[in-house]
Design a protein around this ligand. Structure first.
Ligand code: ZN
Length: 75
């Protein structure tokens, strides 16, 4: 009699992973600090590859200005 399909996409949420690099005072007298994860940029916050791709998609395919894109991603 009746059919209905509702198409939906998963809600987008940001997953934050914190990497703590420990530092030790070595027997040689120097401080040694663990390396950051591969691909990590300088600074305390960075975008992962999926978020970078999403930002590029917004700017290149949908012509969202960079400033608006940053505002969207900061929420
Ligand atoms: Zn050492």
């Amino acid at each position: 009699m009746d059919r209905y399909q509702q198409h939906e996409i998963p809600q987008i949420s940001v997953r934050i992973t914190q990497y703590d690099q420990h530092q030790v005072c070595c027997g040689c007298g120097r401080l040694h600090t663990a390396a950051r994860p591969e691909g990590a940029r300088p600074g305390i916050v960075g975008y992962g590859p999926n978020l970078q791709a999403f930002a590029a998609y917004l700017m290149v395919v949908h012509f969202v200005p960079a400033k608006r894109c940053v505002e969207m991603l900061e929420c």
